[in-house]
Design a binder for this molecule. Structure first.
Ligand SMILES: Nc1ncnc2c1ncn2[C@@H]1O[C@H](COP(=O)(O)OP(=O)(O)OP(=O)(O)O)[C@@H](O)[C@H]1O
Ligand SMILES: O=P(O)(O)OC[C@H]1O[C@H](OP(=O)(O)OP(=O)(O)O)[C@H](O)[C@@H]1O
Ligand SMILES: [Mg+2]
Length: 282
């Protein structure tokens, strides 16, 4: 099974980091290598440009891929969107000069729009019934309205800084994107694909969660139970020679940890331990 991942750019590091945390350790993945083996003999990584990943999947050169939804939409390929990996969040927006004469989509009739995403942009305008000319660029799109190349742009924004610096304002959102695990439709049900999806999902489920362990006098157990927000009920275990004390383990949200500790202590808990969770398979 081949998994295509971004070879550089902002998506490379978080992708490798996620694979490592999911236990899919990358072997011999030295810089400049175009592919690498993983700890799983059945999974090979291909290092490819984020924009090319959909094509690799559609061609059958790779079975799975990690890239932005924007890239898959732009490619026009029909791929299975298996899991939102919750990074690379951005919006594709239609933006115009702050002090210009375009204030709405309708004002773009007969005008020009510059973009790195011509397919998505054409689809967007096809739905509006307005038909501007589309100029394709491969970067620095925000410059084009200032050099009379375009009247508007369709480009990525996340913090909004680049638009602001270039005195551009958003008039429409075209697409909301994030990085996802994609598969070719014909392999989506394969056991190995499910296994990889579960491993990645378990890392996301563990994010922001802590494992809480404590000793509780048996006769206070119900009081303690009441204040543990937990994922399902807590696990209660007998302690050998516990002398009326049981061990209580629970998964709680990181933001609830402080208050939970205060509350369980009040109710007689002792020996409280908090640890990080690497993965949580539901
Ligand atoms: N400012 C941003 N904030 C969040 N996500 C972004 C941002 N810019 C791009 N992305 C996401 O990252 C993907 C790849 O963008 P990035 O600029 O890292 O790679 P690239 O342009 O392909 O890199 P390179 O041109 O160096 O190969 C985009 O398709 C989008 O999904
Ligand atoms: O809203 P912001 O946080 O300012 O981010 C938006 C900018 O980020 C991306 O550019 P990138 O840094 O990838 O440069 P590139 O055009 O060279 O790919 C995108 O094309 C925008 O220009
Ligand atoms: Mg970029």
């Amino acid at each position: 099974m081949r998994l295509a991942v971004p070879n550089k750019g902002r998506l490379h590091e978080p992708t490798i980091d996620l694979l490592e945390r999911a236990g899919l350790h990358v072997e011999n993945g030295a810089d400049r290598k175009l592919y690498a083996e993983t700890v799983d003999p059945d999974v090979t990584l291909l290092f490819v440009r984020a924009a090319d990943i959909p094509e690799y999947l559609a061609d059958g050169a790779a079975d799975l891929g990690i890239t932005g939804l924007d890239q898959v939409r732009e490619s026009g390929h029909d791929l299975a969107d298996l899991l939102d990996l919750e990074f690379g969040r951005c919006r594709l927006v239609l933006a115009v000069p702050e002090d210009g004469d375009v204030a709405s989509v309708e004002d773009l009739a007969g005008k020009t729009v510059a973009t790195e995403f011509p397919t998505i942009t054409r689809e967007f305008f096809a739905e509006t019934g307005v038909d501007p000319s589309i100029v394709e660029v491969t970067g620095a799109t925000e410059l084009t309205p200032h050099v009379e190349m375009a009247d508007a742009i369709v480009d990525i924004t996340s913090t909004g800084t680049t638009l602001k610096v270039n005195r551009l304002q958003v008039i429409e959102e075209v697409l909301s994107s994030s990085v996802r695990l994609f598969a070719r439709e014909d392999v989506r049900e394969e056991p190995k694909v499910r296994e990889i999806r579960t491993a990645l999902s378990s890392v996301l489920s563990a994010d922001g969660k802590r494992y809480l362990m404590m000793n509780v006098p048996e006769d206070r157990l119900e009081d303690v139970r009441e204040v543990i927000p937990g994922l399902g009920g807590p696990t209660v275990m007998d302690i050998a020679d516990g002398d009326g004390t049981v061990a209580v383990h629970a998964v709680v949200s990181e933001r609830d940890v402080f208050e939970t500790i205060t509350e369980v202590k009040k109710r007689g808990a002792s020996g409280i331990l908090v640890t990080e969770i690497e993965r949580l398979v539901k």
